[in-house]
Design a protein around this ligand. Structure first.
Ligand code: PMP
Ligand code: GLU
Length: 397
């Protein structure tokens, strides 16, 4: 069968693929430790589940307005005003089936063939593919580990051409865990305003920040940016709700209206029940997120410390997300029982088969010297996985 050219331009999500492989190995009876998962291991909070059950019992099981129920949009408007001091109108909000869907819709309504979209690297695996699916071209802006992956304003400016339409920001960043500073964001904002670039600000890990660091959204910097910034966020990570599929976008009304038209001709509304669940999450007092962060920070410290004791691995302390992003360049070129390890992918494959530890290699994030490991699991799992990983690394010659 000859399929459409657009699907040949992309591959399947490697993060979801590796997690599925780990789950399949587990179902075959193997004890696989999953450091690949891009989601909190915690269960969704009970008060969120209760809201979903109440929605079902009340018969809230029919189509809703395409872009989300008014009370959920109102809660999002309230959240954005509270956290960033920006007053949106509900017509500037769309609720979609996860933040990924919001990003997909956004790319489809913004980009034409020939448009260029700047993506700081390392980047979340789906950005280039979402851009390619919209027939546009991803342009990668390299950032350096030694500079905490900050965006260099000069390097950003050098990437801009007459075709540049947008820039994707992700702070805290998956996979590096970097949180952009106010100084970096102000420099980026000045450049975006000068060149009339749309800023797509993916804030899905916003609440998962550590050591007193503060997430800053570009929309809070200057009102001048509002006409060219779209914020993408959701409940997946902050409320351990990855399976419920609720994300949202907030931005200029014409963009949001176009996204709503697209959604009306594709998925229609996100699940009515999940919307009620997300409403309960957004209306909650923040206790769940605080407890989650308190747990994650201890696990982060433990994982980073353990990784740094492994020969050939160095890992900086990430400021946000739940990912460690160790540099494994000193291990590349070493020999394993299964052959030489030339790339992070070789190393990840070796760890999966030798140690039954799943982690994501750097390549799909645009990183040729790193692995990504999630530290969201139970303590016992964390300890077991890291001990096995260390033994496998020490076995390399
Ligand atoms: N953005 C980033 C940076 C992510 O890591 C993810 C992971 N799922 C998403 C967006 C998508 O989130 P959702 O599950 O809400 O679609
Ligand atoms: N965003 C998560 C990750 O990077 C979840 C999987 C995905 O949607 O890519 O692993």
């Amino acid at each position: 069968m000859k399929l459409a050219a657009r699907i040949a331009r992309i591959g399947p999500s490697p993060t979801l693929h590796i997690t599925a492989t780990a789950k399949a190995m587990t179902s075959q009876g193997l004890d696989v430790v999953d450091f690949a998962a891009g989601e909190p291991a915690w269960d969704t909070p009970d008060f969120v589940k209760a809201a979903a059950k109440a929605a079902i019992d009340a018969g809230f099981t029919k189509y809703t307005p395409v872009g989300g129920i008014p009370e959920l949009k109102a809660a999002i408007v309230h959240k954005l005003a509270r956290d960033h001091g920006v007053q949106y109108d509900p017509s500037q909000i769309i609720v979609s089936c996860g933040a990924k869907h919001a990003l997909y819709n956004l790319a489809q309504v913004l980009f034409d063939p020939g448009d260029e979209v700047i993506i700081p690297a390392p980047y979340w695996v789906s950005y280039p593919e979402i851009v390619r699916l919209a027939d546009a071209t991803p342009v990668f802006l390299p950032t350096q580990e030694s500079m905490q992956y900050a965006i260099d304003p000069k390097a950003l400016e050098a990437c801009i051409t007459p075709q540049t339409k947008a820039l994707i920001l992700n702070s805290p960043c998956n996979p590096t865990g970097t949180l952009y500073t106010r100084q970096t964001l102000e420099a980026v904002a000045t450049i975006a305003l000068r060149h009339n670039l749309i800023i797509i600000s993916d804030e899905i890990y916003e609440t998962l920040v550590y050591d007193g660091a503060q997430h800053i959204s570009p929309i809070s910097l200057t009102p001048d940016l509002l006409a060219q910034t779209v914020v993408v966020n959701g409940v997946s990570k902050s409320f351990a709700m990855t399976g419920w599929r609720i994300g949202y976008a907030a931005g200029p009304q014409d963009i949001i209206t176009a996204m709503t038209h697209l959604q009306s001709q594709s998925t229609s509304n996100p699940s009515s029940i999940a919307q009620k669940a997300a409403l309960a999450a957004l209306q909650s007092d923040g206790t769940f997120c605080h407890t989650l962060v308190a747990d994650l920070i201890r696990k982060r410290d433990f994982m980073i410390q353990q990784l740094n004791t492994m020969p050939g691995i160095t890992c900086p302390l990430p400021s946000g997300t739940f990912y460690a992003f160790p540099n494994v360049s000193a291990l590349l070129g070493r020999e394993s029982r299964q052959g030489p390890l030339h790339t992070p992918s070789d190393l990840a494959t070796y760890l999966l088969h030798e140690a039954h530890v799943a982690c994501v290699p750097g390549e799909p994030f645009g990183a040729t010297q790193h692995l990504r490991l999630s530290y969201t699991g139970d303590w016992e799992v964390l300890k077991r996985g890291l001990a096995r990983m260390e033994a496998a690394i020490r076995a390399l010659t």
